[in-house]
Ligand binder design. Structure first.
Ligand SMILES: [Zn+2]
Ligand SMILES: [Zn+2]
Length: 478
């Protein structure tokens, strides 16, 4: 009975949440600058009677909002940051809203809003039925730079959760069943001595030489690391002009491994290479750790709980017009990608010409058992059991972080996937609150097995603060 009312409440109120998602999509903000989105979502929850705590982990755009009393405390995780350069209209031709501007190519405007929609729907059930338990929404910034949740976790805000539920926009309805890599983000800085590169090169000590030798060393390292490791870099400072021996140069690395230990081991080896490069070039090296995400632990119990709600949640029905828009987006893909998309759509049992799966299916990752990517959700998954699903918000074959994804996520396709996710999460949380603890016990047992008693410790050093723009001003003002 309660479940039926939960779904009805969401169906009745969905236009308000569409408006929220649309506003955030229209005002994309990148990592740590999401003041509009976090302000909007936080104020909606505050108006609904949630107790809102802002500026979590020293981040002005991070917040926690809770409703209810006592246990279990259930977390619903939301994100809202956009990606640089992915501005795009809801159109099947490349047409930025703002040239070179940011856009929601990962659909986080949907991700953040669905969680609020589910949390408020649950609040009404708590009130109506006098249920014990606390619903806590986490406004998590800066997922795209893989560190928002790490800074939040350092403040302990996830520690008392019984479990957390979340989702991600994608191109099928599926449990998120693949682990992600642990990651260390580190920037190396070399200091040398400037000199006239033509007139007195013997007096110079090139910091850029040290960067290049580090990269050569790292490229030799690749052969001798465990399978699944990833090493990638960009030179963030290569000096200013060819005729000046660069006295300062920097290179920014992402190091990924199967788990936290593997990523830490890669860092230790890269730092040896960097010290060697400094020795060779008579320069000095220092580094700063910018991020350190954990691998993601999949909780199959919670994922099954979420997917188990699929029929009660009422799967989305996509219109002919939406199918046509999906097909026109897929038509922009390069031939082999488009063929792969059509093949996948056939395997998912879609009718010819259709690219929007409404039914649930198993996750079909791009390749391999583990994802080469990383997410700061990994940190939360080492603190509490996390259930995560993906829903159809874009056509099969459209990858996140592309302009086509910005278009699909900004369309009614994305909004339908968002409401479906909200209903699935709300129903799953409701079951956790009303089943006498059976599923939570099982989920926590699985969590204990997966973590094997290892305790989470944030991988970002204690002295490193979140790189929020506001800090710069604060330091200047004393
Ligand atoms: Zn993303
Ligand atoms: Zn994302």
């Amino acid at each position: 009975m309660g479940k039926k009312q939960l779904v009805e409440w969401i169906l009745e109120h969905q236009s308000g949440y569409e408006e929220l998602a649309r506003q955030i999509w229209e005002r994309p903000e990148t990592a740590y600058e999401e003041s509009f989105a976090s302000g909007l979502l936080g104020s909606v929850l505050e108006r609904e009677g949630f107790r809102v705590r802002r500026e979590i982990g020293g981040i002005p755009t991070a917040f926690v909002a809770e409703y209810g009393t006592g246990g279990p405390i259930l977390g619903i995780l939301g994100e809202y940051d956009a990606l640089p350069g992915l501005s795009q209209k809801v159109s099947a031709v490349r047409e930025p809203v703002t040239p070179d501007g940011p856009g929601h190519g990962c659909g986080h405007h949907l991700l953040g809003t669905a969680g609020v929609e589910a949390a408020v729907a649950l609040k009404h059930r708590l009130d109506a039925e006098g249920l014990a338990g606390t619903i806590r929404y986490y406004g998590c910034p800066a997922e795209e730079v893989l560190s928002g949740k790490t800074f939040m976790a350092r403040e302990g805000v996830f520690d008392d959760l019984a479990a957390a539920l979340t989702w991600h926009p994608g191109s099928q309805n599926t449990p998120w069943s693949t682990p992600t890599s642990a990651l260390t983000s580190v920037e190396l800085h070399f200091r040398g001595r400037a000199a006239h590169a033509g007139g007195a090169p013997h007096l110079g000590r090139s910091a850029l030489d040290a960067v290049e030798l580090t990269n050569i060393g790292a490229n030799y390292l690749r052969e001798h690391v465990p399978d699944g490791s990833r090493i990638h870099y960009t030179i963030t400072n290569g000096g200013v002009a060819p005729n000046i021996v660069p006295d300062a140069a920097s290179v920014w690395y992402y190091l990924r491994g199967a788990d936290r230990d593997a990523a830490d081991a890669l860092l230790a080896r890269l730092l040896k290479i960097a010290r060697g490069a400094a020795l060779m070039t008579e320069t000095e090296v220092s580094w700063d750790i910018k991020g350190g995400a954990y691998s993601l632990i999949v909780n199959h119990t919670l994922n099954a709980l979420l997917t188990g709600q699929q029929h009660e949640a009422q799967p989305p029905v996509f219109s002919q017009e939406e199918q046509e828009f999906a097909a026109s987006l897929a038509a922009t893909l390069e031939t082999s990608q488009r063929e792969a998309a059509l093949d996948k759509a056939r395997k998912l049992g879609l009718a010819p010409g259709e690219l929007l799966p409404a039914a649930f299916s198993e996750q079909t990752p791009a390749g391999g058992a583990a994802s080469g990517g990383s997410t700061d959700l990994g940190d939360v998954s080492w603190i509490t059991p996390v259930g995560q699903i993906i829903t159809t918000c874009a056509p099969v074959g459209i990858q996140v972080h592309t302009w086509q994804a910005t278009a699909a996520f900004g369309s009614s396709i994305g909004l339908k996937g968002m409401h479906y996710a909200a209903r699935l999460i709300a129903l799953a949380a409701y079951e956790l609150l009303t089943d006498g603890g059976a599923v939570l016990t099982q989920a926590r047992e699985e969590f204990r097995e997966s973590t094997r008693g290892r305790r989470y410790a944030p991988a970002i050093p204690a002295e490193v603060r979140a790189p929020v723009p506001v800090y710069a001003g604060r330091r200047e003002s004393g």
